[in-house]
Ligand binder design. Structure first.
Ligand code: GLV
Length: 355
């Protein structure tokens, strides 16, 4: 007997549903994409059997939607972040909110590193040059980027970007002083994704500092990661990665004042949510050359990316691809369905829920 329908807004990544909906008690029905809150209300109301919604992170589910739709039992977000959903309103209405943690952790941490490495080594600019037909061959001073992993440098008089970094000294065979220099990675937000990003830094022999709401003593001991205030992470780091959830408390964590604490050689990566940063202030910091560069996967008003940001050369922009691997998107689809179906089937809950 049909117990209810689930409205899926947009695409899922197959194969997914046989195992979740195998008993035919729950039917998945489709809408091509996200809806305005008022359209969502009308669509769900048009069929009293719709008891669940599976949606991408671009779907706003506000208190008006939740307050108007007493038939709803579950909203299943195909994302780990749930900032598009009014969680307090869901609690008030007794609507379950599901999400897709863990299955996207590796993909998102990999993308953070792709952005960091690609940005530091000017990969996108290099790609444009290679395709342009204008490349004249290897050149000594072409597209010089910044080192990421531990690197060697000689004691040379004059300007040296490495002066403020952690280093150990030795001599090479000719008796010259060689310095082995370590960059510092600052991870802001040490949840599952932040941890996976920090762990990947071991292979690059970087010093890792972090800021998080709660300290992670066990991880500090295990990996020699150092806890710091948010301001100190910004002051100390050569690379800063934002991996925080967006909540009213973390919105605009990276203000103009905080950007000014960063080293002028520092590079910023954001794979969390655009609104973690005051985007206007970031653009100004980049335009003025205060930061060496940035690589962003997320924006304050997606899909809008400000012209001034798009005009900056030392900025790598990706279109919210954090979890975009075949494996992650399949697993996210499966988990989102599993959670929503289990609420409607009743009995023991399967899946992952925020409330
Ligand atoms: C993607 O941005 C997510 O929150 O899963």
């Amino acid at each position: 007997m049909l117990k209810g329908k689930i409205l899926v807004l947009g695409e899922l990544t197959p194969p997914y549903h046989k195992s979740s909906t195998g008993d035919d008690t729950v039917l998945l029905i489709r809408e091509p994409g996200v809806l305005k809150p008022s359209q969502l209300i009308t669509r769900v109301k048009s069929d009293p059997l719709i008891k669940g919604v599976i949606c991408p992170l671009g779907q706003e589910v506000n208190s008006r939607v939740l307050g108007s739709l007493s038939q709803l039992r579950v909203i299943s977000n195909i994302a780990v972040g749930v900032n598009n959903i009014d969680i307090e309103a869901a609690k008030r209405q007794g609507v379950r909110v599901a999400h897709t943690p863990e299955v996207l952790t590796a993909a998102t941490a990999d993308l953070a590193w792709a952005l960091l490495l690609g940005g530091a080594r000017r990969l996108v600019e290099g790609d444009h040059l290679a395709r342009s037909g204008q490349w004249g061959g290897w050149e000594m001073n072409q597209l010089l980027g910044q080192s990421v992993g531990r690197y060697l440098s000689y004691d040379i008089e004059g300007e040296d970007e490495s002066k403020s970094k952690d280093e150990s000294k030795s001599e090479d065979e000719s008796g010259q002083g060689v310095r082995s220099i370590q960059n510092t990675l600052g991870v802001i937000g040490l949840g599952e994704i932040g941890k996976a990003i920090a762990r990947r830094a071991q292979g690059f022999e970087m010093r890792v500092v972090y800021h998080n709401r709660t300290r992670k003593n066990k991880l500090e001991r295990e990996y020699a990661w150092e806890y710091m205030s948010l301001d100190d992470v910004l002051r100390e780091s050569d690379y800063v990665v934002l991996a925080l959830a967006l909540t009213p408390e973390t919105r605009h964590s990276i203000t103009r004042e905080r950007l000014s604490l960063m080293k002028s050689s520092a590079f910023l990566v954001n794979i969390g949510r655009g609104a973690l940063i005051d985007e206007e202030a970031l653009i100004e910091a980049l335009e003025s050359g205060h930061l060496s560069g940035a690589a962003l996967d997320v924006y304050e008003r997606e899909p809008l990316i400000p012209d001034r940001l798009r005009a900056l050369e030392r900025v790598t922009l990706s279109p919210h691809l954090g979890s975009a691997t075949v494996a992650a998107r399949r697993a996210m689809s499966h988990l989102a369905i599993e959670s929503a179906v289990s609420v409607i089937q009743g009995g023991r809950l399967r899946g992952r829920f925020v409330v």
